[in-house]
Design a protein around this ligand. Sequence first.
Ligand SMILES: Nc1ncnc2c1ncn2[C@@H]1O[C@H](COP(=O)(O)OP(=O)(O)OP(=O)(O)O)[C@@H](O)[C@H]1O
Length: 254
Amino acid sequence: MRIEARNLAYGFNNNIVGSNIYFEVAKGEMLFILGPNGVGKTTLIKTILNLLGPLDGDILIDNLSISDFNRKELGRIFAYVPQNNSFNFPFKVIDMILMGRTPYLEKFQTPKKKDYEIAFNSLEILNISHLENKPFTNISGGEKQLVLIARALTQEANFLVLDEPTSSLDFGNEVKLLKILEKLSKRGMGVIMATHNPNHAVKKSGKILLLKGKKDFYFGSSLETLTKERLEKVYETKVDVAFTKKDKKVFISI
Ligand SMILES: Nc1ncnc2c1ncn2[C@@H]1O[C@H](COP(=O)(O)OP(=O)(O)OP(=O)(O)O)[C@@H](O)[C@H]1O
């Protein structure tokens, strides 16, 4: 399966946030969306999910317009982890996670044994099985973020779409999550992720959409597209490049 933005304009009725945007990403690949605050990463993600309709051009799923798909079909294609979670109802964590099975259940149907197995497996992958019976309102911000990622995994969609998923995570969990996402993409899942950290995106197999302004963007393989010069231009700051012992490129803003 392949997602493509063709000549895409997105934004709100009275406010075009981005236009003439092009990118493509297939299952098994990772696409990182980068760019400064307010440039339009979240708005683009909502457009990719068809929560906002395109203002011009289109999002294509295997060459079919996204408008040809209904909500349930899109629920099997995209699992979404939003940026800010203001959800505050004391559901048990396991029940929150089982909500990820909704696109597979008929109206009023309750989750079956297999749905529970998938949910428990997601808890295990994210190392949060101990939270299973806690109310969602009684866990920390970072734990909530991990629960929402587990819910998205439970959805078993073709693409996992995450909006700054590491913003509340500690140093260790940030690295662990990135490793999990890489593993999932190697197993065939597509990953689309907005991030503030260019170092998340320095991947041999990754693609990058670096947003600079309304019509100004770079799209390409992350190793070629992410350069010191481009980052300096986009983020208006001096950038240094270092290399780890394993020869991995690391950007440092100075
Ligand atoms: N509901 C809305 N109606 C009109 N304009 C909006 C709305 N939400 C956001 N915007 C505007 O759209 C632009 C892009 O916002 P968006 O949240 O997509 O940026 P972002 O790149 O995700 O920012 P950040 O990195 O700060 O999260 C901003 O100028 C913002 O003010």
